[in-house]
Ligand binder design. Structure first.
Ligand code: GSH
Length: 215
């Protein structure tokens, strides 16, 4: 039994996709960001970083979305969400998940919380413009990988694809949005048909029309 502390379309989204994909028995617990509940003493006991998500697995809390995704994938080896030890795709799984969380997600965090990166309000537009470029650079690397691959690791869906879908959704407001990249846009339109993505986006009341519409 799992408890996922979540907020719609936050970093809890990728773990939520995975829990649904493996058909886990899980409970969703909403963290009320509007009242800053992620900084409450009770939540900080689970997640001292005061961030969303936290996954509680048999009473043990785990934080960091990518780590949670690895753990869920390893608990359900038959799901194929992570290549097994010895499979040459396994290092590529870690490479892409690390790239997504350390690069694209990190850049997105600066875009969404620019005031945490400056003490001068007037510099925020410059930060946002720089981040738009840095996010587009990361998206271009992913687009090149998808030019010859159906999924990030090749022929098969993995947890990396669910993580990428989450970050691509967050990147939609960037001027060079994921939907402006040929291969990435095609991939995202296909991922919108994934049953776990459809179900979880329904539960989290997310609108996927920007990704599904042909431009
Ligand atoms: N590296 C962390 C980042 C988590 C994170 O920053 N989550 C955001 C929501 S997407 C959050 O909790 N924001 C509220 C805050 O920073 O106070 C992870 O991937 O779990």
């Amino acid at each position: 039994m799992f408890q996922l502390y979540y907020y719609p379309n936050n970093a809890s989204l990728a773990p939520h996709f995975l829990l649904h994909h493996v058909d886990a028995d899980y409970e969703l617990i909403l963290v009320d960001k509007a009242s800053n509940s992620q900084k409450s003493p009770d939540y900080l006991r689970l997640n001292p970083a005061g961030r969303i998500p936290t996954l509680v697995v048999n009473g043990q809390p785990i934080f960091e979305s990518a780590a949670i995704c690895i753990h869920i994938s390893e608990l359900y080896p038959e799901s194929g969400l992570i290549p097994q030890i010895g499979d040459p795709k396994r290092p590529l799984f870690f490479q892409w998940l690390a790239f997504l969380t350390n690069t694209l997600q990190a850049e997105l965090m600066v875009k969404y919380y620019p005031h945490r990166h400056t003490d001068g309000e007037s510099t925020i537009p410059n930060i946002l413009a720089a981040q738009d470029d840095r996010i587009a650079e990361a998206l271009a690397i992913i687009d090149a990988q998808l030019a010859h691959n159906d999924f990030l690791l090749g022929d098969n869906l993995s947890a990396c694809d669910y993580f990428l879908f989450m970050l691509a959704e967050w990147s939609l407001p960037v001027p060079k949005s994921p939907m402006t990249f040929e291969h990435l846009a095609r991939y995202l339109r296909r991922m919108c048909d994934n049953p776990s993505i459809q179900a979880v986006c329904g539960i989290e009341e997310m609108d996927l029309s920007e990704m599904t519409s042909e431009k």
